[in-house]
Design a protein around this ligand. Structure first.
Ligand code: GDP
Ligand code: ZN
Length: 325
């Protein structure tokens, strides 16, 4: 009988899989599947841990749902099948999907954490995280921690524009504010926590789940700069079957590589209703006449701060494009 499970971690060909019954098993890819046609590197060598799923060769990733079977010898567990993915957080190679590396599969949401102060939240950085989530078709959720430093009313005012776009949580680990609502939002889902260091990601997780010694997001990984391509993600089960938190190499490292500059406007959800109003189909929303986005900004229907983030990111993407080609 096959058992269904979720891949928590993979190192050196051995994958840790959490079964639906809550057991953690070590499993390797089934030999027969490993010998499938696909998964060859450009130099002809065989890539480890690939499996043919239908016509497509899929490289197993943390977060994948798999079927486990006992090996022929009856003892060892083997991964027999990868179930279809609901989502993927991927680092794309410049120039498109070819060479895409899935960092985590099946994420339900990206929880973007910032602090109301210390460190100061910068719109440009917040919007970068949100755009990366959108580029991966992942639902973002914003957490504004350390609210007690500025007061909740001031924090709500500062982030009002985001409340119209995404769920926003106002939390204080120090004063135990907003923790129950955030725990509810993580319940039963696979979430990636992301955000700059020092905003309180570890503190939040420790306050929500005392005793769960979790490596969180970019903190543990930022010390490994330059090595991140070799460091995999890790999924940590939350207590009592309450979902999983992914420690990813970081949204920032997934970055916006390979995202065409012309597609950026679609990743600002509040721009979408106005894109059809632009006179030119390839409007960059900067200086063209009759631009629906700029008209919406002037009318206060789109936040000027968000529009400014768009312009900066757009410039950055255009520079990347000229570097690559
Ligand atoms: P991380 O790098 O995002 O994981 O941040 P940490 O959890 O390490 O927290 C960074 C610093 O912020 C630590 O000194 C925490 O004690 C502090 N901190 C965390 N949450 C709060 C909060 O709600 N209010 C205040 N004032 N400080 C906090
Ligand atoms: Zn326009």
């Amino acid at each position: 009988m096959a058992e269904r499970g979720i891949v928590l971690e993979g190192t050196g060909g051995v994958w840790r899989v959490r079964t639906d019954d809550g057991e953690t098993r070590e499993a390797s890819m089934r030999g027969r599947l490993k010998k499938a046609d696909g998964g060859r590197r450009a130099d002809g060598s065989r890539r480890r841990d690939t499996v043919r799923a239908g016509a497509e060769t899929v490289k197993l990733a943390v977060g994948d749902e798999v079927l486990l079977e006992r090996g022929d010898d009856g003892g060892a567990w083997a991964i027999a099948e990868i179930l279809p993915r609901r989502s993927r957080l991927a680092r794309r190679a410049p120039g498109g999907a070819y060479g895409e590396r899935v960092v985590v599969a099946n994420l339900d949401q990206v929880v973007v954490v910032f602090a109301a102060a210390q460190p100061e939240p910068h719109a440009g950085m917040i919007d970068r995280f949100l755009v990366i989530a959108e580029a991966n078709a992942l639902r973002p959720r914003l957490v504004v921690n350390k609210v007690e430093l500025v007061g909740e009313a001031a924090a709500r005012q500062r982030f009002a524009a985001y409340e119209r776009l995404y769920p926003v949580h106002y939390t204080s680990v120090r004063e135990a504010v907003g923790l129950d609502a955030l725990r509810d939002a993580l319940e039963g889902r696979i979430s990636a926590l992301s955000g700059p260091s020092g905003v309180g990601k570890s503190s939040l997780i420790n306050a929500l789940y005392p005793g769960l010694r979790l490596r969180v997001g970019e903190i543990s990984r930022s010390v490994n700069k330059g090595r991140h391509t070799t460091v995999g993600a890790l999924l940590t089960p939350l207590p009592a079957g309450a979902g999983f938190v992914a420690d990813t190499p970081g949204l920032r490292e997934v970055g916006l590589w390979g995202l065409p500059a012309a597609e950026l406007d679609m990743l600002f959800p509040e721009f979408r209703p106005f894109l059809d109003d632009c006179r030119f189909a390839d409007c960059t929303h900067r200086q063209e006449p009759d631009c629906g986005v700029r008209t919406a900004v002037a009318a206060g229907e789109v936040s000027a701060e968000r529009y400014e983030s768009y312009r900066k990111l757009r410039e950055e993407l255009e520079e990347l494009e000229t570097e690559v080609w």
